[in-house]
Design a protein around this ligand. Structure first.
Ligand code: GSH
Length: 397
């Protein structure tokens, strides 16, 4: 990579040299007319040509070697392509300490849930917002983001993981969008049991653009309606809801890191806020908390520059955040209702709210409130979640 970059710098230098000659003919005529300058120019050109003739083949060899290595590594896992991951189920609950319990007075479900999470992870916030809106009780296990001991029992190494108690043991659900779609399908029709529904969300092995093997969860934005027949209007709303849920995961969420870790100071403030709202002081020893804050802030500040490039954010990353928020608000305005879901939030409202809630204590969020018209929709959402207003729409059993 470095060599390729150097090569491209060299060719850029040669080009600007060429531009000087082409754009300033008069100045270059006199420059070329002195023999000393002419010989200097010759030496520079010669050196450049030697550089290019050595650098280019070396670059080609390295690039070819690298892609050969990547393909060789990928070939070891190609036979796994299309393989469906076995659904893991635990006979016993893993021996973990519950950090806190969220008890909802309006819970009519029999769900026994434990959420393994980071308090300020946007995907975890999405799941909490969903459960809170429907007034479902759950236990929380706060995971140490550096050592992740609390999820050592799981082969899936990300959070959120929602552990659900089922007849035959404990069923872990991985991935925020799959968790929400699966539980929402169950809430619509409680005869659809969690361990039956999970069959509709298989994880399938595939290689990404970099030939890396990863498991993709199928249908994660789809609810299972079983035999229910849906009107055209309902189907349109479902498609729209799915589109915005996907946008929240694929686009909106990627504007967060470059914003909250924009400068080292901002990254440090952000991690201190994570520590405060995640109650790290209470759950982790001081040395671990200090590592989490200092290592986390430094690493994320550096990584955020790469993320900004990877997700094509503007130089002023705040503007990219405002642009996406405005896109969302504009779509609601066109619908002519308080929420994307109409007069009550749908799953896309809950997803977008959850994602933005994860940066509530950061200056990026305050800037977004000051520079967009976010607050009307956001405040309405706060009220809906605080009052568990989704519980009204749940059929009992
Ligand atoms: N697609 C997943 C993404 C989950 C994810 O990336 N979680 C991050 C935390 S925000 C994580 O656990 N990363 C691995 C790590 O921290 O080691 C979801 O929606 O749940």
């Amino acid at each position: 990579m470095l060599i390729l970059q150097r090569l491209s710098n060299l060719s850029r230098n040669l080009n600007s040299f060429k531009n000087i000659i082409q754009k300033c003919p008069k100045r270059n005529e006199s420059f070329l007319s002195t023999s000393k300058s002419a010989s200097t120019l010759k030496t520079v050109l010669k050196a450049s040509l030697i550089g290019v003739s050595i650098g280019f083949p070396v670059g080609v060899v390295i690039t070819t070697g690298y892609s050969w290595y990547i393909n060789k590594e990928a070939s070891k896992t190609y036979h796994l392509q299309g393989k469906v991951k076995e659904i893991e189920i635990l006979e016993e609950k893993p021996p973990v300490t519950i950090s806190r319990k969220v008890i909802s007075p309006v819970d009519t479900t029999d769900l026994k849930l434990t959420l393994f999470q980071y308090q300020t992870c946007p995907f975890c916030c999405k799941v909490r917002v969903f459960l809170d809106y429907y007034g479902i009780s759950y236990d929380i296990v706060e995971v140490d983001p550096v050592l992740r001991r609390e999820i050592s029992w799981s082969s899936y190494k990300k959070v959120p993981i929602l552990l659900t108690q089922v007849e035959s043991g404990y069923q872990p659900l991985n991935d925020s969008s799959m968790i929400i779609s699966l539980i929402a399908s169950h809430l619509r029709d409680r005869s659809q049991k969690i361990n039956d529904l999970i069959e509709y969300y298989p994880s399938i092995a595939m290689h990404d653009d970099n030939q890396k093997l990863k498991y993709e969860i199928m249908n994660k934005y789809f609810l299972m309606y079983k035999d229910a027949s849906l009107s055209v209007e309902n189907t349109d709303n479902i498609i729209e809801e799915r589109k915005w849920r996907k946008w929240a995961d694929d686009v909106l969420v990627h504007t967060l890191s470059p914003n909250v870790y924009r400068t080292f100071d901002e990254a440090y403030q952000t991690f201190n806020w994570f520590s405060k709202v995640g109650k790290w002081e209470q759950y982790f020893p001081t040395w671990e908390r200090l590592i989490m804050i200092n290592v986390g802030a430094t690493a994320m500040w550096m990584i955020s520059k790469r993320l900004k490039k990877r997700h094509n954010l503007k130089d002023d990353v705040r503007q990219s955040l405002y642009d996406e928020i405005n896109k969302w608000l504009h779509a609601i305005k066109i619908r002519g209702s308080t929420f994307m879901g109409g007069e009550k939030p749908n799953l896309s409202d809950l997803a977008v709210y959850g994602i933005l809630k994860s940066i509530e204590g950061c200056s990026a969020f305050k800037d977004a409130l000051d520079n967009t018209k976010l607050s009307t929709w956001y405040d309405a959402m706060v009220k809906e979640i605080e009052t568990h207003s989704g519980s009204k729409y749940l059929t009992v059993k």
